[in-house]
Write a protein that binds this ligand. Structure first.
Ligand code: FNR
Length: 364
């Protein structure tokens, strides 16, 4: 084991900042506009307190859970984030191996650097595939079919990005986004973009993303795949109910890591509203701002089946490659185990609403 390994996610972030060119670090770390929601995603966790229960035998803690019938060693999954080769030359292959080593599910981004085939053959992880709907429907449909035939178990349709949020750090840095590995073969991108071997992110998004994305497209997606479909990017009860009506197999409370609509609510603040609206019909996941095992615990207490982590895994990858990504997930798991023990919970099923005190509870 190396000496002086980071002891928490924040230290991985510091290492990542040192390791990465500024343009890439800003792209990963940044959020939309004033970055209000970015700060809130983390700050809102800080306003939720834990209610420890004592004198319960916690000599055995079981963190395992399952999602859509697939077992995981803990309720901590890898969120889809694009272009992992910005952080490490092995890209998503390294991330997938880290997820497999931790026995958890990785959601592979539509904008991955590595080809789906490479990731699929790299290890035996359970994987879901995240989808953006492009104006060129054939490109999106082809990738869904490829994911399905390569053994991906679910499609995660990102619904909060009909257009790209305004990320000012990227605009200032004239961020060059490497062309996503799976997309380049399927569509010829603007020559200017190709000539640089990359593209300015906003321009790329404007050319590709379909702003007409609507509930009808969930029907379309269901017509081209037999995989379960989770909708990622829901933060209101209204949309959560519609998602269930539309036949979603799961709802992911997400604001895209605060990279889309600034002043959208922190996801942990929106979670309970969505959980109530879904009323147990399908599992509800949450992502955004999870940096500690206690955050995972709070999300479980407020009704999440599992959380997904985005930037922390990216930071681990940038700092120490596959080993770093793996260590980040392991640290979060260990922290969750500790939080469960100190709250007197021996299984995720024993984590209840009564274990947390939210701001709303304090006002009432
Ligand atoms: C993202 N996210 C994202 N989401 C998605 O559906 N498809 C994608 O390709 C990406 N790409 C992406 C890149 C980077 C650098 C970041 C930081 C995020 C959003 C991601 O899935 C997730 O919602 C957030 O990352 C969760 O917030 P935290 O954990 O980063 O705070």
């Amino acid at each position: 084991m190396e000496d002086n390994l980071p002891v928490n996610v924040r230290e991985y972030q510091e290492l990542a900042e040192k390791a990465l060119p500024k343009m890439y670090y800003d792209y990963i770390n940044g959020g939309a506009e004033d970055e209000h929601t970015l700060r809130e995603n983390i700050a809102a966790y800080g306003r939720i307190l834990l209610r420890p229960r004592v004198l319960i035998d916690v000599s055995k803690i079981n963190m395992s859970t399952s999602l859509l019938g697939y077992d995981m060693s803990s309720p901590i999954m890898v969120a889809p984030t694009g272009a992992h080769k910005l952080a490490n030359p092995e890209g998503e292959v390294a991330t997938a191996r880290a997820a497999a080593a931790c026995n958890t599910i990785m959601v592979l981004s539509f904008a991955s650097s590595c080809k789906i085939e490479e990731v699929a053959s790299s290890c035996n992880a359970i994987r879901f595939y995240q989808l953006y709907v492009y104006k060129r429907r054939d490109v999106s449909a082809t990738l869904v079919r490829r994911a399905e035939s390569l053994g991906f178990k679910a499609i995660v349709l990102t619904v909060d990005t009909p257009v790209l949020g305004r990320r000012e750090a990227d605009i200032r840095n004239k961020m060059i986004f490497p062309q996503p590995g799976n997309v380049v073969d399927l569509m010829s991108l603007d020559n200017d973009l190709g000539a640089e071997g990359g593209s300015k992110l906003e321009q790329f998004a404007r050319e590709t993303l379909d702003p007409s994305l609507s509930w009808k497209d969930v029907e379309w997606l269901k017509s081209i795949t037999s995989l379960p479909i989770l909708l990622k990017g829901i933060v209101t009860a209204e949309d959560a109910r519609k998602a269930v009506e539309a036949g979603a197999a799961g709802v992911i409370v997400s604001n895209h890591g605060a990279r889309q609509l600034d002043y959208a609510p922190a996801t942990i603040s929106a979670l309970e509203e969505v959980v109530k609206a879904v009323a147990g019909a399908v599992p509800v996941l949450v992502d955004g701002g999870v940096r500690r095992g206690t955050d995972v615990f709070k999300a479980l207490a407020l009704g999440a089946k599992a959380v997904m982590v985005g930037r922390p895994v990216f930071f681990g990858l940038a700092a120490r490659g596959e080993a770093g990504a793996r260590h980040v997930i392991e640290m979060l798991k260990n922290e969750l185990e500790l939080a469960m023990a100190l709250c007197g919970c021996r299984s995720v099923a024993e984590v209840t609403r009564a274990h947390v005190l939210t701001e709303g509870d304090r006002i009432r």
